[in-house]
Every structure is written in C-alpha cells, then in structure tokens.
Unconditional design. Structure first.
Length: 267
C-alpha cells in the first residue's frame, strides 16, 4: 500500500507524508511507525513504490541478477514479459548484456517489448496451438536459453525446458497459466525434467519476501535508472474501492500493462 499520513503519534511522520506499508485493502489503516517506509515524491512518483521501486522491482532484480546470474552474450527467455515483473526482467537482462527473448499474449504487447523495452525477439504465445508447435519454432529460430525467467508456466515452459543450455538456470517466479484452478491438477509444464538432468541445469523458486531485508540494495541499483529515464515502466491506474475484486480478476486476463494500481480516495 502507498498512502498519505492523516494522523500521527510518531515524531518520525507528519500529516501529509507519503509512506508505504503492508496493509489490507482498506481506506484507513492504523500502522506502527516501524512498519512504514517514507517516500519522497520529488525523487520518484509515489506509485513506483508499488511497482518498479517496490515488490515487483525487488522480485525482478534479485530473481534475475542473483538467482539467474545472466552473463554478457547469454540468452535470457522471459515469459509474462509485459507484466510488472517481466517487463523489468527484460530490461535488467539487456543492461547485463544478454540477448532477450520475451513472451507475451498479443502482437501489440510484443511490439512494445521490442520497440520500447529493447527485447531482441518477442513471441506471441497465442499463435501456437501447443507446446510442440512452439518448440519447433524455437528450434527453427535456433533459440536456446541460458536463463529462463518463468512467470507463466504451461505451454511456454513445456516448450522452453527442452531448449535449455548446459548449466542453464530456470527461475520460477509465477505460474499464471495455472492460477484459475490448475495448481493442484496441472496439465502442462514442467514435464521434461530429463532435460534438466542432461544439461545439469537448475530450477529455483523465488519470492519477493526472500529479499525484503535487502530492498535498499535494489533501490541503490535501480532508482537512478528511474530518475534518468533509462528504465521504462508502465502503470495501469484504475479508480474505485468497490471495483477491487474485478480489478484483481483482470490480472488473469492480462487486461493491464505493467503494474496495476488501484487508486482509492479517502472520505
């Protein structure tokens, strides 16, 4: 949550200060001062604390740079690449000198990934009826992955795993394709773990909470790119507390680009 202080009993915060904290979906929250982080709206828009300079930024930075360890000249494959995390992974990988292959669910998003974010190739996974067709395309294009940053699972993961390179690194950040009732009875991906054996590759799951105590490290690396405009980030801002359930559901039909922010006006 990002909010303004309305009343404070702490000398560290005054009325009108912008802060971030972990709270519920509510108009007002009573929070201990130690649970708040002060935001400076003159340094960056406060909404960035929910996206590029918040949890998604932390997930993308440590997930890629620490778990993925991309090296110049390697190929990084990103599923869900137009989302809040994936779009940052694409750019962090490019800044690390890697070649980036990005997956998204529409031609418009693929164009955005190549034209705005610098992905070397963007693939609309909806163009492929199954993982066999997608894997054949990857083979025809001679695409192999040194790092696979997976936000989606399913068809994409089934196609990419057989294309992993020797000692490749797979980072599992999300399984978007399975969230609508498929987590307990998964029908696709990953089913080809023998390729992990042959390639002596690794799979690592990552959560933003794993790096919460290192958030300042991410800010030190990323905030300057936000200020100088060299890091592209998009926000889809929608209004209305009453619409929160619908806005949450929209994440699963990928109706938003970048970080989805729900703006609530206090009474």
């Amino acid at each position: 949550m990002v909010a303004q202080v309305k009343k404070s009993a702490s000398p560290d915060f005054r009325e009108g200060d912008w802060v971030s904290a972990y709270t519920g979906w509510e108009r007002y929250s009573k929070v201990h001062a130690l649970q708040l982080a002060r935001l400076d709206p003159e340094q960056a828009p406060v909404t960035t604390a929910l996206g590029v300079l918040g949890m998604p930024g932390r997930t993308a930075w440590f997930g890629l740079m620490e778990a993925g360890r991309p090296r110049p000249g390697e190929t990084v494959v990103v599923s869900g690449a137009s989302g809040a995390v994936g779009s940052l992974v694409v750019q962090f990988a490019k800044k690390a000198g890697a070649r980036v292959v990005a997956f998204a669910g529409s031609n418009a998003r693929c164009d955005w990934l190549t034209d705005k974010l610098g992905a070397d190739l963007a693939i609309n996974y909806r163009d492929f009826p199954d993982h066999h067709a997608l894997q054949s395309f990857l083979a025809d294009q001679e695409i192999r992955a040194d790092v696979y940053f997976d936000n989606v699972g399913g068809l994409i993961t089934d196609a990419v795993i057989p294309r992993i390179n020797l000692r490749g690194r797979i980072i599992i950040c999300g399984q978007m394709s399975q969230y609508l009732g498929g987590l307990d009875q998964v029908q696709t991906g990953p089913r080809f773990l023998h390729h992990m054996l042959y390639q002596r590759a690794t799979i690592q799951g990552i959560l933003a909470r794993d790096y919460a105590n290192r958030h300042d490290e991410m800010l030190a690396a990323v905030a300057s790119w936000v200020r100088d405009g060299s890091l592209v980030f998009e926000e889809t801002i929608v209004d209305g507390f009453e619409g929160l359930p619908g806005h949450l559901a929209s994440l699963f039909d990928r109706a938003s680009t970048g970080k989805l922010v729900v703006r609530i006006q206090a009474d």
